[in-house]
Design a protein around this ligand. Structure first.
Ligand code: NAD
Length: 302
């Protein structure tokens, strides 16, 4: 598990709650040189985080911008092919992706979701190749909705299925250079991306009418959260976020109650598993999906 002397790039820091930020902090504490990538629109938040941890470096890296990605991997920390590890913690889907029935999502929103959440891994690997060492390791993040349909997750589940498949193909491609590629698939964690799924639901409450999400309805009813009385709002407000946090914590409790280990998965748990997959301890593991979910996906707890 040692990260001493290793150099790692972590893409996908938006704020303090980002799984990518927890991964970056953990790897730095374990001795790695860490460079984080972020979208320019989150710079004001990321700047404060980097001030708190001056040993972590940062640079903008929008996965849709080839020049920005090339500039990111030209960072002096990676010069001369010094990159040992690459973490891709990036996903985005427009609100309709979570709120419309799958048969009604238009091709533009569908494509944008798969472009940013899936194909970006190919682009990031391509841009990193010139500096990625033989023996290096690439890790991305998925969710159980890749393997089982979860209505609340919408078309993002399709993107995650494709991502897990892409990882197997990248593992086959990169294996000749002894570069590994794996997935960590955590249980629900409260982050900006996670809350935006619930906010999408609140902004378009009619969605529940066609969503076969029995448990979610139960959660909402138990807390007197009646979506049908809410008015759709064009932009997410502070009130939306408070609502989303409440619902998300209930979703986490549901997962915990139906898992062999009755606990809630944290970003730190994910960071531990990512560290393992980046370390030499996992040197013969590639093309795999590691479920970090208290066993939820492995058991039917009735
Ligand atoms: P987050 O919102 O903090 O992270 C998502 C990141 O994607 C953000 O940093 C955002 O800036 C980045 N991103 C979006 N579009 C981008 C673009 N064009 N270029 C560069 N970056 C872009 O939320 P998170 O929960 O930390 O999500 C990180 C990963 O973990 C995602 O792949 C997510 O699907 C996955 N995941 C999250 C959970 C959870 O419950 N939070 C569970 C399983 C998997």
């Amino acid at each position: 598990m040692s990260m001493q002397g290793k150099t790692v790039a972590v893409l996908g820091v938006a704020d303090r709650e980002s799984i990518a930020w927890h991964i970056a902090c953990q790897l730095q504490e374990a001795g790695a040189t860490v460079v984080v990538g972020y979208q320019q629109r989150f710079y004001s938040r990321v700047r404060l985080l980097l001030q708190e941890r001056p040993t972590i470096q940062g640079q903008k890296a929008d996965v849709l911008d080839g020049d920005e990605l090339d500039a990111f991997f030209a960072h002096p920390a990676f010069a001369g092919g010094q990159l040992d590890g690459l973490v891709h913690s990036v996903a985005y889907g427009p609100p309709t992706v979570f709120s419309r029935p799958p048969s009604e999502v238009n091709v533009r929103d569908f494509t944008e979701t798969l472009d940013i959440s899936t194909h970006s891994l190919s682009r990031v690997v391509r841009a990193a190749r010139p500096v990625l060492k033989s023996g290096g390791s690439v890790v991305t993040l998925s969710f159980l909705a890749a393997q089982r349909a979860m209505p609340l997750y919408g078309i993002m589940g399709v993107a995650k299925s494709a991502l897990e498949s892409l990882v197997r193909y990248l593992a086959a491609e990169l294996g000749r250079e002894r570069i590994r590629c794996n997935v960590v698939s955590p249980g629900p964690i409260e982050t900006l991306a996670a809350l935006s799924e619930v906010v999408a639901l609140k902004r378009d409450p009619s969605v529940l009418e066609h969503m076969p999400a029995v448990r979610l309805r139960e959660i909402l009813a138990r807390h007197g959260l009646d979506l049908s009385t809410l008015k759709p709002s064009p932009e997410p407000s502070e009130e939306d976020l408070v609502f989303a946090r409440k619902v998300w914590r209930e979703v986490q409790r549901e997962f915990s109650a139906h898992s062999p280990i009755h606990d809630i998965v944290t970003a730190r748990d994910v960071a531990d598993s990512v560290q393992f997959l980046l370390s030499d301890g996992s040197r013969k593991i590639t093309g795999q999906v590691l479920m970090v979910d208290c066993g939820f996906s492995s058991c039917l707890m009735v």
